[in-house]
Structure formats: structure tokens, C-alpha cells
Design a protein around this ligand. Structure first.
Ligand SMILES: NC(=O)c1ccc[n+]([C@@H]2O[C@H](COP(=O)([O-])OP(=O)(O)OC[C@H]3O[C@@H](n4cnc5c(N)ncnc54)[C@H](OP(=O)(O)O)[C@@H]3O)[C@@H](O)[C@H]2O)c1
Length: 245
């Protein structure tokens, strides 16, 4: 038994309209949490609502993590919250070798995966009870960078530094991150395009776990970080052994 209740808890998932965030929403709703999924696209949020079966305990919110005013207004208006999660990332155009890398694409990664999480903490932390938590999503690229992935590698590493600092500054709130390995989600269309399946299959053969990740693997890890009251400042690696190979 953990000391943090999930049933009845109000949980915000920024990035909850797709991939890992959507899997987390499904998992938490099944445990009786009241979940708000947030993202930029109202259409994606509505599609996610349908995919989740339109449950009564689900709300949606259009929210762009790169816009400080939107984040401030969201937390001003949203009522009590127990936990905040971000799985959001805008990596479109960012997987490039340096000669082809546009600064604007790199800036969107920084805004969605570093400044956005920073602002979520700035405006969201005051809404949380002492038992509350913030959970971010970094990634294995910080440890096993590949060519074309320099920006994502660097931003994941920066986010992990932020987690440790916020765990100290915002205590007793807990602040953690899950660091996923390669997980089969829609984000791969931006990383590998048509080569997505072949790229993921090749990685599955290399990994000690013998497969790439499923969104549910990461949802399970975030569920642990939300629910374990003695875990803070931690980066939880869920990557099938990727850092070993
Ligand atoms: N999949 C992998 O193999 C992998 C590996 C390592 C790390 N990660 C990390 O894991 C996290 C989740 O990835 P995923 O694979 O689940 O991605 P995904 O399926 O592409 O989902 C990304 C979500 O973020 C939202 N989003 C993007 N930019 C946003 C912004 N500026 N403001 C608010 N919401 C925004 C998207 O909705 P809208 O587009 O509608 O805003 C979507 O709901 C990301 O941080 C990613 O970098 C993924």
C-alpha cells in the first residue's frame, strides 16, 4: 500500500492526447482518478476522449506549453489539483544533422521540454497539496545520443537537472522524471518518417528486453512516481536496457 491515493485524485497530463500521456490517462482513469488531458490541438484531445470511451472523470484542456500566459491562466482557473504530469514534446524538424538544423526547431524542443516544464512548476506548484507531485518525461537520448539527436539529448539532460533542483526547492512536493527508451508512439513519424517500423524493429533486436517499449510501460512508471510518497528527485529509466548496449 502506498501513502498517496490515486482514486479521486485530480491529475493533469500535459501531452495526454497521444502516446505515453494517453496510456497514462487510461491507466489513471481505470484506478478512479479524475484526469485532465491537455495539449495544443482540440481535435487530438477530442479524438483521445473518444478513444478513452468518453468517461465522466475525463476533462480536456487546450494548452500550449510554450505560452506562459496560457499556463498561468490554466492554473488560475482550474481548481484543486493533486498531481501534474508532462509528457509533451514538440520535436518536429529537430532530428537533423547540424548543417540542416534550423534554430527554430531546436527552440521548440527547448520550449516544450524545458521552459514549458519550468512554467508548469512555477504556476502549478502553488495549486498542489503537500502530498502532490510533478512528473516530467526526459529520454534515453540524454545517455545514448544518436547523430541527428543532439538537441533532444541536450534538452533531456537539462530537464533532468531541473528535476533535481525542483525536488529541493519545491519540497515537500515531489518532483521526478521518467526517462523512456524507444517507445512505439506517434512521435516516431517525426524521428524516422516512413522508416519508423524498420527502425524500431532493428532496435528491438539490440535491446536486452528484446522489444521496444509500449506506451503502457511508461504509464506504469509514471503511475509509480505519482503514487510513491518516498520518491523525489529521481530519474526512473524505463528503456529495456538501452543504456547497456
Ligand atoms: N516515443 C519515444 O520513443 C520516446 C523516447 C524517449 C523520450 N520520449 C519522450 O516521451 C514524451 C512523450 O512522447 P510520446 O512518444 O508519447 O509523444 P507523442 O505521442 O507525440 O505525444 C506528444 C504529446 O505532447 C503534446 N504536445 C506537443 N507539444 C506541446 C506543447 N507545446 N504544449 C502542449 N502539449 C504539447 C501533443 O499534443 P499536441 O500536438 O496536440 O500539442 C501530444 O499530446 C516526450 O517528452 C518525448 O520526448 C519519447
Amino acid at each position: 500500500m502506498t501513502d498517496i491515493k490515486i482514486e479521486g485524485a485530480e491529475i493533469i497530463i500535459v501531452g495526454g492526447s497521444s502516446g505515453m500521456g494517453l496510456a497514462l490517462a487510461r491507466r489513471l482513469l481505470a484506478e478512479g482518478a479524475r484526469v485532465t488531458i491537455a495539449g495544443r490541438s482540440a481535435e487530438r484531445l477530442e479524438a483521445a476522449r473518444r478513444e478513452l470511451g468518453d468517461p465522466a472523470d475525463l476533462k480536456t484542456a487546450v494548452l500550449d506549453l510554450t505560452r506562459e500566459k496560457e499556463i498561468a491562466a490554466f492554473f488560475h482557473d482550474c481548481g484543486p489539483i493533486d498531481h501534474i504530469v508532462s509528457t509533451a514534446a514538440d520535436i518536429e524538424g529537430a532530428y537533423q544533422l547540424l548543417p540542416d538544423l534550423q534554430l527554430s526547431a531546436a527552440q521548440r524542443v527547448v520550449e516544450s521540454k524545458f521552459y514549458g516544464p519550468l512554467l508548469l512548476a512555477k504556476y502549478g506548484a502553488p495549486c498542489l497539496p503537500p502530498s502532490g507531485s510533478i512528473t516530467y518525461t526526459s529520454g534515453v537520448a540524454a545517455y545514448r545520443p544518436a547523430a541527428r539527436g543532439s538537441v533532444v539529448a541536450a534538452v533531456n539532460a537539462a530537464l533532468e537537472g531541473l528535476v533535481r533542483a525542483l525536488a529541493v526547492e519545491l519540497a515537500p512536493l515531489r518532483v521526478n522524471a521518467v526517462s523512456p527508451g524507444w517507445v512505439d508512439t506517434p512521435i516516431w513519424s517525426f524521428v524516422a518518417g516512413d522508416a519508423k517500423q524498420a527502425t524500431l524493429e532493428a532496435m528491438a533486436k539490440r535491446l536486452p528486453a528484446g522489444r521496444v517499449g509500449r506506451p503502457e510501460d511508461i504509464a506504469d512508471a509514471i503511475r509509480f512516481l505519482i503514487g510513491n510518497g518516498f520518491t523525489t528527485g529521481t530519474i526512473l529509466h524505463v528503456e529495456g536496457g538501452h543504456r547497456l548496449v
